[in-house]
Every structure is written in C-alpha cells, then in structure tokens.
Write a protein that binds this ligand. Structure first.
Ligand code: ADP
Ligand code: MG
Length: 293
C-alpha cells in the first residue's frame, strides 16, 4: 500500500499547488515543530515602493534620487527596484555606473558621474567612514518605528540622505501563520532587515519570535542553531540568500514566485507563492504518512 499512498499524497499536492521533490521528503514533516519564515518576498510581497526621501543640507531630493537610482538600477534587490523605479519616473534616463558592486545583505556601491556612491544599511556607510548626521539618523529611526525600511545614501565619503521604502504584508500571511500554529508549529520571522521593521511585520501577522539583522550568509547558522537546540525546523524562503538555509532545514519550502536558487534548494515548492499552502503541505504530508502507517 505504501507506493499508492505516496502517489495519492503527491498527486493531491500537485492539485494544491505543491511540488514535492520526492516521497522521502514527507518523512521529515512529521516531527517539524518550528517554521522559520523569511520576511521579504515570503511574508511580505517584496514589491517595495518609495515612500519618502530625507536629504542632508545642500542636497536636493532630485540629486539624491538620481545618484542612488542610477546605482540601484544595477541591482535586483526589492529595495533597489523601488529606488530605481522612483528615480527613473522622476528623472527619466539615469546616468551610467562604473565599478558596480553588491554587498549581500548590506547594499550596493559604485561610481556615478565621478562620485563614489553607497546605498544600503547604516553599517555599510559606517564601514566607509560615512556616519549619518543626527537629522538623518532621526529620520531613519522614525521611518523604521512605523515599520518601513530606510536605506542610507552617501557619496564621496559623506552621508547625503535617507530613502524610505515600504513593503506590504501579503493579505494571506496572517491566516497562514494562524494555520501553521493550528498544526502545533511555532513560527519564527527571519530577516536581514532592521529589527523594528521586522517586529512590525511580525506583529501584523501574529509571530512572537523575531530574528532580525541577519546577514544572508548567516541565515543558515540560525537554522543550524535552532536544530542544535533540539527543534525540528521547516524553513520557508524565496531568495538567493535563503538557499543555504532551505537546504539545511529539516524541511525546506521554496516560494514558487522566488528565485531558482531557492527552488532548487527546497524539498517542496509552493507553486503560487501562497504561504497558506505551506500549512496545507505539512498537513497533507502528515496525513499521507498516517495512511502509510
Ligand atoms: P531579507 O532577509 O528580508 O530578504 P536582505 O538580506 O535581502 O533582506 O536585505 C537586508 C537589508 O540590506 C535590506 O533591508 C536593506 O536595508 C539592505 N540592502 C540589501 N540590498 C540592498 C540594495 N541593493 N540597496 C539598498 N539596501 C539594500
Ligand atoms: Mg526574501
């Protein structure tokens, strides 16, 4: 009866929009007690929009957007898309970038119109000796207190402004978290973004445990640590920066709307990128196992 039960399970999975790598994957769903959720693109839409700009004295908003937008045009990060789109719709054609470099989880740098420009976390600017002025730091803190993501802009070694972008929580995420809890799982939000932003998203969807400001390469260590504490971990993610964590988790669930790297690393793919299906997947897998037993 075993092969038939597995076929039923995977066939029903396909109907629900779940692709299962192989029957052996199901076995791991039984003991899962913790589900780690990536924030950007998994719990939130990942489609960010520019919400506002704050400039240092002597810098116009147009100039800030033009230089930051030119640089972000070369990046595929959701924050970058928001900044580049806003800059292009305001300024039209953006200047070219030389020596573009992306620093994972921190931001981007490159030369625009002869200026060495940085866009990203405060940490990235600090590493280049460009600390935020008191005014810019206050603008950033105020935006983050409201649950928005604020990135800093510097050129020629000085902070020039802060750009505020906002990303919406998917309207299915709160229900998805409730369903996961209903299966007895503890949800954990994991993100490279600021703690205040992460906590705001967690509150909106009903998650109590938040692990924020984690660099992309360190996400896998968080999963390892949770497993070392004796937890059995499912991880849901969409990004290149989630791939190692997805592969290391007891059960990796990739958003079908995400990157190829995440889909390849996952055990299961949620085809439509609907987080509620993560709960369906775990429930279906457990039920299929119950039939086999
Ligand atoms: P998440 O874990 O939520 O998917 P990331 O690890 O991709 O987030 O990014 C973490 C943070 O690094 C972002 O919230 C942003 O502040 C900063 N960052 C990363 N890439 C960029 C970029 N291209 N431009 C500006 N900021 C960036
Ligand atoms: Mg993500």
């Amino acid at each position: 009866a075993t092969p038939t039960a597995l076929m039923v399970g995977t066939g029903r999975g396909a109907q629900l929009g779940i692709l299962i790598k192989g029957p052996e994957v199901l076995e791991n769903t039984r003991r899962v007690d913790t589900v780690v959720l990536d924030k950007t693109g998994t719990v939130t839409t990942g489609r960010m929009r520019l919400h506002g700009a704050h400039t240092a004295p002597g810098v116009t908003e147009d100039r800030l957007l033009r230089l930051a937008g030119a640089l972000e045009h070369a990046s595929e990060h959701p924050v970058a898309r928001a900044v580049a789109d806003a800059a292009a719709s305001r300024a039209g054609a953006l200047p070219a970038v030389q020596g573009f470099e992306s620093v994972p989880g921190l931001g981007v740098q490159g030369v625009v119109e002869g200026h060495t420009v940085l866009v990203g976390r405060e940490k990235l600017l600090a590493a280049h000796g460009a600390g935020l002025t008191e005014e810019l730091a206050a603008a950033k803190a105020a935006a983050e207190a409201e649950g928005r993501t604020a990135v800093a802009v510097a050129w020629d070694g000085r902070a020039r402004g802060v750009l505020v972008v906002a990303d919406a929580v998917k309207d299915t995420s709160a229900e998805a978290v409730a369903r996961l809890r209903g299966l007895g799982l503890t949800p954990v939000l994991l993100t490279g973004d600021n703690r205040l932003v992460a906590e705001s998203v967690a509150r909106q969807v009903g998650i109590d445990e938040v692990i924020a400001e984690v660099l992309p390469q360190d996400k896998v260590d968080v999963v390892r640590r949770l497993r070392a504490e004796g937890r059995t971990v499912a991880m849901v993610g969409d990004g290149v920066n989630d791939a190692a964590a997805l592969a290391t988790a007891d059960l990796g669930l990739a958003m079908g709307t995400g990157t190829d790297a995440a889909i390849e690393a996952g055990d299961l793919t949620l085809v439509r990128g609907d987080l509620r299906v993560a709960a369906d997947a775990i429930r279906l897998a457990r039920r299929t196992l119950a039939v086999i037993k």
